[in-house]
Design a protein around this ligand. Structure first.
Ligand code: HEM
Length: 189
């Protein structure tokens, strides 16, 4: 009685094939060797953070982060947050983490607040933990965005725990702390 036509109604056994031209795949590609050292980041992470800045009220937030790959030498990164009390959406961002040799990284990132960041820095393994330190090489803001002149991102992954902090120079204030959060890996893929 189903009126739905197509591959789900044909009674075919086994996995459905993707239509030709589709970029999705049934099983994921192998991790590119140039980003093998970044594998501790892979997956979906959830947790809580706190933010502050001299010009705003302090706040707490919940966050979901994903790091994924498509077999090419970069990680796709996305993040979204909600206010911990009101549950209203706060900041979000998406971009790509690119290796620049074995111990250096580039992050290209866009934010709906009209801010675009290119950060560069280092990645190293210390006592089994991955430590990433990135500083903005370029921050560009759209005509209507708030001014941001510098960003620093420190990320540490130890097993299934990811902690980070973000500092920034913005809206005429000197470079200083904006955010800190602790996330737990909820999905490895
Ligand atoms: C977890 C990520 C983040 C969260 C939850 C967050 C949250 C907030 C909140 C709640 C405010 C105050 C209200 C508002 O202006 O919307 C704010 C202000 C601001 N944030 Fe963030 N933020 C995040 C990341 C960032 C990043 C990465 C940047 C810059 C690259 C940034 C730049 C700013 C600026 C410029 C302001 C305005 C300060 C002012 O108007 O005085 N934020 N942020």
């Amino acid at each position: 009685m189903s009126h739905v036509q197509g591959r789900h109604t044909g009674g075919r056994k086994g996995p459905a094939k993707e239509p030709s031209g589709s970029v999705s795949m049934m099983s994921g590609p192998a991790l590119h060797t140039d980003i093998a050292h970044l594998s501790p980041l892979l997956g979906t992470w959830r947790g809580k953070g706190a933010g502050e800045y001299p010009t705003i009220d302090s706040f707490t937030y919940v966050e979901e982060v994903t790091f994924g790959h498509v077999g090419k030498p970069f990680l796709a990164y996305s993040q979204k947050t909600r206010h911990a009390e009101t549950e209203l959406p706060l900041h979000a961002e998406a971009g790509y983490l690119r290796p620049a040799g074995p111990d250096r990284l580039e992050l290209v990132l866009a934010q709906p607040s009209g801010i675009v960041e290119i950060d560069e820095g280092t990645v190293e393994a210390n006592d089994g933990a991955l430590e990433i330190s990135l500083d903005s090489a370029t921050v560009a803001v759209s005509s209507t965005a708030k001014s941001v002149t510098s960003v620093r991102r420190i990320i540490r992954v130890d097993g299934d725990t990811l902690t980070y902090r973000v500092e920034m120079g913005a809206v005429g204030q000197p470079h200083q702390h904006h955010l800190a959060a602790t996330l737990t890996r909820v999905d490895q893929t």
